[in-house]
Design a binder for this molecule. Structure first.
Ligand code: UD1
Length: 419
């Protein structure tokens, strides 16, 4: 297994470019199932989650080529089940259920099961499909969906689930009549999915607001689309500059979708300015304490919570982070504390007593964003930090350690056997 070794203490400098968004690319790749033909998607990041989805689509009969762009040929979709091995490792695989039942009238998809950051049910996806006329059977960990005629529906979401909103939008594109989603998720990745669906001929309005309206059409065409840059990767670089007292320029930064993240980072004292199409991030290394609550977009993203905690562990004073999206997303706390942080958790709240410095240690990544927080802490910790189980990091970051190295970090990847 790979691990990442960091010798901390280097202040980051230079320019870095953000890759395409993982969370935008995943549903857009799934959307290819809605139409027969050759689809082209550019800006797809090279990540483990993307490769897992490519494996799933190949299993369904798609032919995929992934070099600089991704090409998906869906002429020969002839399998309609998504097995546990593929859904278990990535919850977004569950998104195939809607498009499969919409285009082929049937699907059998494994329930995702639990994951490190919480229970994460799919009850809202299922309830919404039922509202559109889909028959659902749940047996032995699999959801079997079938449908003779898919019909539009008025759907109110108990919570603005991102995946749920995406699943309903894709399904409704081929349903008879109008679907209205109320309390829909407003994430930029949903706006991007709708942009991609429009290139296929879908009739959708209201994306980016809480009410989305979809007029079903009889048939969609192959898509041709470029995904937006990754706002979480961009935010991670901002924290990397902030925590190391760095001075970096970020290229391809989706600043218009990063309001809450940028506001909070500015409150900590980091200077973030747009300059000639780049985003300049400058930090003196002195960090103010702040209070943060994760919320659905446009609130502060849960996917930036662990990175923010790494930064605040070195703040002047006590910071508070409240996690309202996932019930168990503080597993990184124990590992950050091993690096010298002083963090206590009470229910959904982390109380972070700022310390003067962190000290390198061997730590273990437990989920995707937790791994990023450990790497960020390692950049500034005194001495050597070794982050084990970085396969979590590879799920969602495209060459993170190589990009950090270009910014001057002393960081490298090796096998745990070489330690
Ligand atoms: C997506 C993102 C993930 C991000 C999350 C929240 C992708 C591939 N992943 O995940 O990175 O952290 O949004 O911004 O885009 N819920 C239910 N029932 C459901 C569906 C969700 O109770 O049927 C709950 C979940 O358990 C969770 C909350 O709703 O507590 C939000 O989940 P959701 O928005 O669905 O997240 P994902 O789409 O899985």
């Amino acid at each position: 297994m790979d691990c990442i070794v960091i010798n901390g203490g280097k202040s980051l400098k230079g320019e870095v470019s953000v890759s395409g968004s993982k969370n935008a690319a995943l549903p857009i790749i799934v959307a290819t199932l809605l139409a027969n033909g050759n689809h082209k998607i550019s800006g797809v990041p090279n990540l483990r989650d993307i490769n897992t989805l490519a494996k799933l689509l190949t299993h369904l009969g798609a032919e995929i080529q992934f070099n600089e762009n991704m090409e998906v040929n869906t002429h020969n979709i002839n399998v309609f089940d998504a097995p546990y091995e593929l859904v278990r490792t990535m919850r977004a695989s569950f998104l195939v259920i809607g498009p499969l039942v919409a285009r082929f009238g049937k699907a059998r998809v494994s329930l995702p099961g639990g994951c490190a950051i919480g229970v994460r049910p799919v009850d809202i996806h299922i309830k919404s499909l039922e509202a559109m006329g889909v028959n659902i059977d749940i047996e032995q960990g699999y959801v079997t969906a079938s449908c003779d005629e898919l019909k539009g529906a008025h759907i109110y979401l108990d919570m603005p689930t991102v995946g749920g909103t995406e699943n309903i939008i894709m399904t409704a594109c081929l349903a008879k009549g109008t679907t209205v989603i109320e309390n829909a998720a407003r994430e930029p990745e949903i706006i991007d999915l709708v942009g991609a669906l429009r290139t296929m001929g879908a009739q959708i309005t209201g994306e980016g607001t809480g009410t989305i309206k979809i007029e079903g059409v009889l048939k969609l065409n192959p898509l041709n689309y470029a995904v937006i840059p990754d706002r979480i990767e961009a935010g991670t670089f901002m924290v990397a500059a902030g925590i190391t007292g760095g001075d970096i320029f970020i290229n391809n930064c989706p600043i218009k979708y990063m309001g809450a993240t940028i506001d909070k980072l500015r409150e900590t004292g980091i200077v973030i300015e747009e300059e000639n199409g780049l985003v300049h991030v400058l930090s003196s290394g002195k960090i103010n304490c702040v209070e943060v609550t994760t919320k659905p977009y446009p609130g502060f993203p849960t996917d930036m919570q662990a990175q923010m905690m790494a930064l605040l562990s070195l703040a002047d004073g006590t910071s508070i982070i409240r996690e309202t999206i996932f019930e168990n997303r503080f597993i990184h706390v124990a590992e950050l504390d091993r690096l010298g942080a002083s963090i206590k958790v009470e229910h959904d709240t982390a109380i972070i007593g700022g310390v003067k410095k962190l000290k390198g240690a061997t730590v273990m990544a437990t989920d995707l964003r937790a791994s990023a927080s450990l790497i960020l802490s390692g950049l500034v910790a005194e001495g050597k930090t070794t982050v084990l189980r970085v396969y979590h990091l590879d799920r969602g970051y495209d060459c993170l350690e190589e990009k950090l190295k270009l910014l001057g970090a002393d960081i490298y990847r090796t096998s745990e056997n070489n330690l």
